[in-house]
Design a protein around this ligand. Structure first.
Ligand code: TF8
Length: 338
């Protein structure tokens, strides 16, 4: 090899390795450790996406931004973690939007029942104007909202009976998320709604402190609710998003380059998670059938009746959340539907 050729090779190799390390090499990125908490177990959709996010972040930052993930509510329930982020005691988390409505009431729009017909509609609203405007409102509360992951359409399980009609919910103690709208909806449908953090739910079902709960199929499977809940009723009564959050106190200590990398990794995790959630939902359903759950689907006529029954709750909260916001939501759904 001539000397000139060697030099050229070296220049080329250097250029290549810089490109591989991405912005990280040239940019202002310091070694950091990020604690990321979530509520479901490691085998859940949430667990897989958390690991993906950690790997992605490590990759795009050339190994500088290290994320340690804590599942099974080991850093606390969704609500507790929200508080820890706001106070700067924890860097990041993922959780449902429902308990966030306690901080930014407008997140309650996603607790209005029977809104979305498909995941596609949900994606359009969440990644569109309304979803992004809501994320911005979090900053005043000490949180930075990065991306939405899919939790999914919720269905009911219980230990008493199949739910074919709203009347079948009479006397069923049903755990709901810590959210006023969820409480109002299920009490109006006839259940005895009990708000409780997810971290206490399995034990509450096992000891019959509550008779039932509602969550997406993926969670009913990964949290093994089928072991203590013989009945599954497909209702798809509401679509809950998860939202990936960062502590604003911590976020403000990051350089713009670091913020960009975290955002980039979060966006990649969103795409991964939604795909995974949708594939897992089908697989989980088979697992639940095999596990011997008695599964029924509420008829479209009964869904229409349930909708009618909860209309006063929807009206009440439309006033509280802001009629303009709810109109914007419905308009954006219509646009995605057509
Ligand atoms: C619930 C939610 C949970 C999540 C999770 C613990 O029922 O659906 O999936 O909030 O982060 O609480």
């Amino acid at each position: 090899m001539t000397h000139r050729f060697k030099t050229r090779l070296l220049v080329l190799a250097t250029a290549l390795s810089c490109a591989v390390a991405g912005v990280a090499a040239a940019a202002d990125v310091k070694p950091r450790l990020i604690r990321f908490g979530y509520g479901l177990n490691e085998e859940s959709v949430q667990g897989r996406a958390a690991r993906f996010l950690a790997q992605e972040l490590e990759k795009v930052s050339g190994g500088k931004l290290k994320m340690k993930t804590f599942g099974s509510a080991n850093l606390g329930s969704d609500e507790q973690m929200q508080g820890a982020l706001a106070g700067g005691a924890q860097e990041m988390m993922v959780g449902s939007t429902a308990p966030l409505a306690g901080m930014v009431k407008e997140f309650g729009v996603f607790d209005l029942p029977f809104l979305f017909n498909s995941e596609k509609e949900a994606d359009a609203v969440l990644d569109g104007q309304l979803g992004q405007d809501l994320l911005k409102k979090l900053e005043a509360k000490g949180l930075v909202g990065l991306v939405y992951w899919e939790n999914g359409f919720r269905n009911m399980t219980n230990s008493k009976r199949p739910i074919a009609r709203a009347e079948d919910l009479q006397g069923i103690k049903l755990r709901v998320m810590q959210n006023q709208i969820a409480l109002g909806v299920f009490n109006t449908l006839g259940a005895n709604a009990v708000p409780m953090p997810f971290s206490e739910l399995f034990t509450a079902l096992e000891t019959r402190t509550v008779d039932g709960q509602e969550n997406p199929i993926t969670t009913i499977q990964s949290s093994k609710f089928y072991e203590v809940q013989p009945f599954l009723t497909i209702t798809r009564h509401v679509y809950t998003p998860w939202v990936v959050l960062a502590s604003k106190k911590w976020w403000d200590t990051l350089s713009p380059d670091e913020q960009k990398l975290v955002r980039q990794a979060a966006e990649a995790s969103r795409d991964f998670e939604r795909k995974d959630s949708r594939a897992d939902s089908t697989k989980a359903m088979t697992t639940l059938e095999k596990a011997g759950m008695k599964i029924n689907t509420v008829s479209p006529e009964e869904v229409a009746r349930m909708r009618q029954k909860v209309q006063p709750v929807v009206d009440k909260y439309t006033q509280e959340l802001g009629p303009d916001l709810v109109k914007q939501l419905n308009d954006e759904i219509q646009k995605a539907r057509n």
